[in-house]
Design a protein around this ligand. Structure first.
Ligand code: ADP
Ligand code: SF4
Length: 709
């Protein structure tokens, strides 16, 4: 089902004359079985938190990527049957015909821009807990997935599949394929990665079967082969069949006949799928945070695949640099450049490369807030792209902005993430913008934090916005400009945005989570003292109840400076919330490398200037540590004094607006600050600040969700 007849000028236009000559290879079409991808930009399947309950939000989110030039746009995981039920985590489904319409919204939207639509048909095997459907999870041999992992704690163990169960799953794949075709998808997946059912058949540790599906590698690939064959049989020439497979563990396994078991699997199935989508085995390694994984980190595992198959290969690696992408293709690593996070942070990345505007790419920073959204069970949020997930419900487009009819002026005070985003979006809407920052450089907290170990990529939040502001003629930018109320009002701006950030406090909490009096000694410090480089003494305790990245990074940083560092937290893990962003295991590795002693479920009770008195949160067992200083990474208070004095100082008849933004309004993560700045600027034109609530497409009759054979 080639889409050439439908391709609008944006993608059908093969004119890449503005594109840098060395990047033009990225715009070559690629044949994938019976369909043709219009270019090499492939938005691989990724979770969006948008399920059948958010069909319009989902369609607009995916459509924006097609509009931005991604030649293939995929769904996230789409369950083929209620025995693959990941709730309460969000997942989509094609369990019966009633589910077709909501997917058709997405495929129509993707096709409008000439892109191909791919569906990641998925059976979760023993990974899912079937909390809603209450069916036993399926597995080759009844072996639990991640049984030791607290995050998977479900108390539900999988059943061992009989031969009849295998036949049923194959039939469900056939039914889901039929529905996917009816929904208009062009590429249909079989998923054998990340612990899901196909993957469990491949690995001997999970597959102990003594029938034709277990034992020798030829037998272990049989289930995946049959899933591919049944999909092909049903799809005929209407759609391509893709295999998504994790190769990390298999690559480490010796094989009698092949260089590794990964080589064996790809050889045995070499020409069965039309496309190989190759990846790592677990979310922390597959979707690694930039703190611990560079761009292109998958290459060492997947670099052999193209040598073993002549079918096209797509893979990811948080690619944002066109030179890196071209290098992957020229060196024969990949045929198609996979993007998940890169496509969320900038849906228009391909268009920008084609227009020779690579500087304009809003590069992903690898913070994994998008993944945390999925873990939270909500539609995707992105630190770099405030419009992600807001395309339909708020009508926010990442590149198009309404233009003001009033030539109003806007003064933004504070050049951190919130202030920079507010200034940029206000300027793009045609306002006359002035932004003032009291320090010598732009970026606020990002500038400071990005100097800590592993954090340099986060600087892109600042760099992209400072660059983009410098391209506009209606912006005046002043550093070294601390404004008080009088100075701010003297600009006579129609709108004043106060984005002055927040400050860390020395506040503590009791074991009952009640705020306790701050410890007020000169040796009690906050992250600001770390940024200022004024942490004196050789022995430091980092006491962290913020629980996101900063406490752990500061411990690493101080240890790197040669100090003896202890880290204590009331939480159950160091940097506990980084569980949500796939960083947690690597935080522990980094702290271990620096010999940082970790004390979890531990509260800070007192400090006499020499000894920190700690206590186990649950059983009150005391612990004393001799330290010269304590850095408390806990609570932040808004820096809103300027706002308060502005409101007090302005004349009674002054009709200008004054608004607080970002951390100065409510301290949060950088994603919150950017979104706040963006909301402010859109609100200068939008009269209705409420968003549309999406609703499921309700079938006429309640659907039966247990398909009968
Ligand atoms: P956010 O995340 O909300 O953007 P940040 O703390 O990162 O907050 O940034 C706030 C910025 O505001 C900092 O760079 C700070 O130096 C600047 N700032 C604070 N007060 C003033 C002021 N009175 N005049 C100009 N800049 C200010
Ligand atoms: Fe990249 Fe962070 Fe946005 Fe995810 S949330 S796409 S990691 S910038």
């Amino acid at each position: 089902m080639g889409k050439s007849e439908n391709i609008p000028p944006s993608l059908a236009d093969t004119n890449v004359s503005a594109c840098h000559p060395s990047h033009q290879i990225l715009f070559e079409p690629v044949q994938i079985g019976p369909v043709t991808a219009p270019n090499r930009f492939y938005q691989v399947p990724h979770a969006s938190g948008m399920t059948e309950t958010h069909p319009r939000v989902r369609a607009a989110f995916r459509e924006t990527k097609a509009e931005g030039g991604w030649g293939v746009v995929s769904t996230g995981a789409v369950s083929i049957h209620p025995s693959s039920d990941d709730s309460p985590l969000p997942f989509a489904r094609l369990w019966n015909d009633a589910d077709i319409a909501s997917h058709a919204l997405s495929t129509e939207a993707i096709h409008r821009h000439g892109s191909l639509a791919a569906v990641e048909l998925w059976h979760g095997g023993a990974v899912v807990m079937n909390r809603t459907s209450r069916l036993p999870p399926l597995s080759p041999s009844g072996i639990s997935w991640a049984a030791t992992h607290v995050g998977f704690m479900g108390q539900q163990r999988p059943k061992k599949m009989t031969g009849a169960d295998i036949d049923e799953v194959l039939h469900w794949q056939r039914l889901a394929t039929r529905r996917a075709l009816d929904a208009g998808f062009d590429i249909l997946y079989v998923y054998a990665g990340m612990g899901y059912l196909g993957y469990e058949f491949l690995l001997p540790e999970y597959n102990h079967r003594d029938d034709g599906y277990g034992g020798a590698l030829e037998n272990r690939v049989r289930f995946v082969r049959e899933m591919l064959e049944v999909t092909r049989d049903e799809a005929g020439s209407r759609a391509a069949v893709a295999l998504r497979i994790s190769l990390e563990e298999l690559r480490g396994k010796a094989s009698d006949h092949y260089e590794s078991e990964a080589h064996g699997v790809v050889s045995l199935l070499s020409d069965v799928p039309d496309l190989w989508d190759v990846k790592m085995d677990s979310s922390p390694t597959d979707c690694g945070a930039s703190r611990f994984r560079p761009e292109g980190a998958h290459e060492r595992i997947i670099d052999f695949v193209k040598r073993v198959t002549d079918r096209p290969v797509v893979g990811v690696g948080r690619f944002t640099s066109p030179d890196t992408m071209v290098s992957q293709i020229r060196r024969g690593v990949l045929d198609l450049i996979g993007g998940a996070r890169a496509s969320i942070a900038d849906p228009f990345l391909p268009s920008k490369i084609r227009e020779g505007n690579s500087d304009g790419i809003r590069e992903c920073i690898g913070c994994n807030i998008c993944i945390a959204s999925w873990h939270d069970g909500v539609p995707v949020r992105c630190t770099q792209n405030a419009t992600a997930g807001e395309e339909w419900r708020r009508g926010w487009h990442p590149e198009r902005f309404a233009r003001t009819t009033q030539p109003d002026s806007v003064l933004v005070v504070g050049g951190g993430p919130a202030g920079l985003e507010a200034a940029l979006i206000a300027a793009k809407q045609g306002f006359e913008v002035t932004i003032a920052e009291q320090t010598a450089d732009w970026g606020g907290r990002v500038l400071q934090e990005s100097q800590l170990p592993g954090m340099s990529t986060w600087r892109r939040v600042r760099d992209y916005r400072v660059w983009a502001l410098s391209q506009l003629g209606n912006v005046s930018m002043y550093t070294n400009s601390a404004l008080d109320a009088e100075a701010a009002l003297s600009f006579g701006a129609d709108h004043i945005a106060v984005a002055t950030g927040a400050r860390w406090t020395k506040r503590l909490y009791s074991s009952l989570e009640i705020p306790a009096a701050p410890l007020d000694l000169p040796q009690i410090l906050t992250p600001e003292d770390v940024f200022a480089g004024t942490v004196a003494g050789d022995r430091v305790l980092v006491f962290d109840y913020d629980n996101y990245y900063l406490g752990g990074v500061i411990a690493e940083h101080l240890a790197e400076q040669g100090k003896v560092v202890s880290y204590a937290t009331p939480a159950g893990h160091a940097s506990a919330w980084t569980f949500m962003t796939n960083e947690l295991p690597f935080v522990y590795q980094a702290l271990a490398r620096r010999d940082v002693a970790i004390h979890t479920t531990t509260n800070l009770m007192n400090f006499d200037g020499n000894r920190a008195a700690l206590q186990n949160l649950f059983n009150a067992t005391p612990l004393e540590i001799e330290v010269d200083a304590i850095v408390i990474v806990g609570h932040r208070d808004p820096e809103d004094a300027l706002y308060q004095s502005l409101v007090g100082a302005r004349a009674p008849n002054d009709s200008s607006s004054i608004q607080l933004l970002g951390d100065a309004l409510a301290p949060g993560a950088i994603v919150h600050a950017v979104h706040s700045g963006h909301s402010f600027a859109r609100g200068l034109i939008e009269t209705d600040t409420l968003y549309l609530r999406d609703e499921p497409l309700v079938p006429a009759e309640p659907a039966r969700v247990f398909p009968q054979r």
